[in-house]
Design a protein around this ligand. Sequence first.
Ligand code: PHE
Length: 443
Amino acid sequence: MILASVGSAVGLGNVWRFPMEAGRHGGAAFILVYLVFVLILALPVMCSEFVIGRAGKANAADSFKHLMPGTRWPLVGYMGVLAGFLIFSFYVVVAAWTLFYTEECLRGALLADRDFGLFFSDFSSSAWHPILFVAIFMAANTAIVASGVQKGIERVSRWMMPLLFLIIVMLAGFSMTLPGASAGFRFLLNPDFSRLTVDVVLSAMGQAFFSLSVGIGCLATYASYFKQDVALMRSSLIICLLDTMVAVASGMVIFPVVFSIGAQVDAGPGLVFITLPHVFNAVLGATPVVNYLFSSFFYILLLVAALTSAISMHEMVTALLHEKSRLTRPQAAVVVALCAMVCAAACSLSFGPWRNITLFGMGFFDLFDFVTAKFMMPIGGLCFSVFAAWVMKRQFVERELCGERPSRSAVWAMTVICLLMRYVAPLCLVGVFFYEMWNWSSQ
Ligand code: PHE
């Protein structure tokens, strides 16, 4: 189940969203703030979700109900499921782009050095083509969730995830050799604090929550299957570390290329899809067979990473619907998929024919992303950490975090994490939340 949590965390959030956000918000300064938020917000929230999920032995809503009957705490779980559904709806659009690139790569269409900016925008802005790929991805996802073979997928990802990481590190090595790559490294490593606006800070926080899948009860649901001997604090630390390593390594692949080919660093959602094929062609282009095998392998691994994350969202919504209705599991999985398909189509169309349909100045895709990463996940995270740190018994939480007989260093780390859970994370999140409301109302 730890593996399942890593599978949920490591996904497009690391390889696609992290470089996109870092590119939009000035690089190194954003990354620094992001790392701080992983440590002081995402990590304590993850520990809280794990403690609540394992103690409540159910999905987040029912865990709250078991631990605190007769209160409104379960609402946090329901809001999390709604957030999970919304994230799922736009996540599958990016997963569909990944699927398209995998297919094109296998067909050999990405081998020629062409204008990949145009290639990406042609595809993403067309009406039906991306939706078709969303439907294929959704069908595969639904088949897995409905038949309950997630375990099999997770076993597969046990060796695929390290391979993905290895390939990303190799690609980062390749990127380094490109002419003009040093400007990319400067962008990544040399913080320009004058660019550190409040929007950058909020985005870094949203990215930390998104990338680690925390704040919506997804990990609490997984934790309900954890055995008692799993040390929750150690697992959380490992997950945060692995996830962050994949994200930072992805940045090291993307930015040297961006500067090398003179692409727009704030190209938005297309950034990774425009730059990656260039890395493959620029470095491996001279040996087409190697280029073909290497790039195909990469896209397949990325697709699996996207799948394991998408499954975790689909699963939590399906599980709740199955429990609260008379639908069987497969039926519930299909109903969720159909509803998500409608929202995903709207998100996909917002890159093309529906470009001009906006709400609060954003298209559907951006709106779903904004509402979940900057509002719902942080609010959920706040509730999880307040519940674990202030409502549950302290000794119980401490025992859950690092077992019966913790070593001295574990006790030390636990003390820090408890402080983060009790004071730092809630205060920081309340501050951010008020700022957001104030900013929003003054616009
Ligand atoms: N963390 C996942 C990723 O990085 C996305 C995700 C968010 C998955 C929320 C589940 C819940 O791709």
